[in-house]
Design a protein around this ligand. Sequence first.
Ligand SMILES: NC(=O)c1ccc[n+]([C@@H]2O[C@H](COP(=O)([O-])OP(=O)(O)OC[C@H]3O[C@@H](n4cnc5c(N)ncnc54)[C@H](O)[C@@H]3O)[C@@H](O)[C@H]2O)c1
Length: 372
Amino acid sequence: MFGKKDKAPEASAATTAGAGSTGLSGDTKIKDWLAHPQGGPILRKMLAEAGQDASQLKPVQGFAMKRLIPMSKGQFSEEKIAELVAMAEAYDPATAGEEPAAAAPAAEEQPEDEAFDLPEFEEKVTDGRFVGKTLIITGAGSGIGRATASRVAREGGRVIAVDLNEAGLDEFIAEHPGLDIVKVVANITKQEDVDAVVAAAGDVIDGLANIAGIMDNMTPLHEVTDEMWDKVIAVNTTGLFKLSRAVIPFMLERHAGSIVNITSEAGLRGSAAGLAYTASKHAVVGITKSSAFMYGPQGIRVNAVAPGPVITGIGASFDSPMAAKRIQTAMAVLPTPVGPESLAASISFLLSDDGHNLNGVILPSDGGWSAV
Ligand SMILES: NC(=O)c1ccc[n+]([C@@H]2O[C@H](COP(=O)([O-])OP(=O)(O)OC[C@H]3O[C@@H](n4cnc5c(N)ncnc54)[C@H](O)[C@@H]3O)[C@@H](O)[C@H]2O)c1
């Protein structure tokens, strides 16, 4: 939904330097850039040149500017930030012929939560929580899956990192030298790939996090193509089902195991996505509840997490004007998006023994969106 990898890139010279006379840098929050008398006009000009305006930055206004880099999928870079910093330094509203008032944000751009400058979430790793355990984590090449795989590996677990995207997996493994991570490039919709994942794990599988997933194109039922329906159901529902079916016999043998499925706000209501994605994620809720009921007495817990907006690599297009209008009405109360490490905290809690008394829970990890 919001393009971003699992964590903000390390601060570099280009993002942290340049805080000269303006005090602006890659570490400056976007809302502070917009409110700045020199930075504001420069940033708005850049947005206008790309056919955008500042209202499009509203969901990420509380983030440091450098967090836009991984979100932009290559359209924004450290060099671009350095250029913006330099342009802001050189910008003089008087000589540029700008009315000073033009530097102030327009009323509709005023951040709503300006009075509440909340800190970003900081992970606190629980040492050794997954020591001696093997966990399969799908979607480990990007976003929520990658952040969860990272958290579990840093807490001592042996991670079977599964994804279609080999480059993403390689990058993830390179970021975690010395940790116990097994790379499996696999398409969870294919039975032979599912078998390869289970073979890589070995005979003892303590946990499974079904995180890999794709969005739809936000279309209502009468506009959904066969292709979109098949694609979304295949990954989000059938892939999750196939891998769980392959793993559960190992857990039944030991009367132990924890499965966490990723549904969505779209698994709880009808107003968060298109028909195909909504159906696929409601099915995940059904799979979770049925399995929790069936296997609970045998020591296997099956829970789900329903994320709200998270900054990841997932992409969605609004291909239906009718649905876009309806969905955007519901999005008026969208909470501020979080980084994927916030979801990793919820998912790893349910995966771990800390969640031992929870089974069949559909846990919204959404900043309260589902309470609306
Ligand atoms: N980002 C959000 O705002 C958000 C909100 C609600 C739910 N979710 C759910 O969270 C999960 C993770 O999404 P994300 O936002 O991290 O997205 P992402 O695109 O960053 O990561 C998803 C990963 O799944 C992998 N994948 C896709 N199809 C696959 C397949 N057939 N086999 C193996 N791997 C496959 C992709 O290659 C990718 O690396 C998804 O199930 C998504 O529906 C995300």
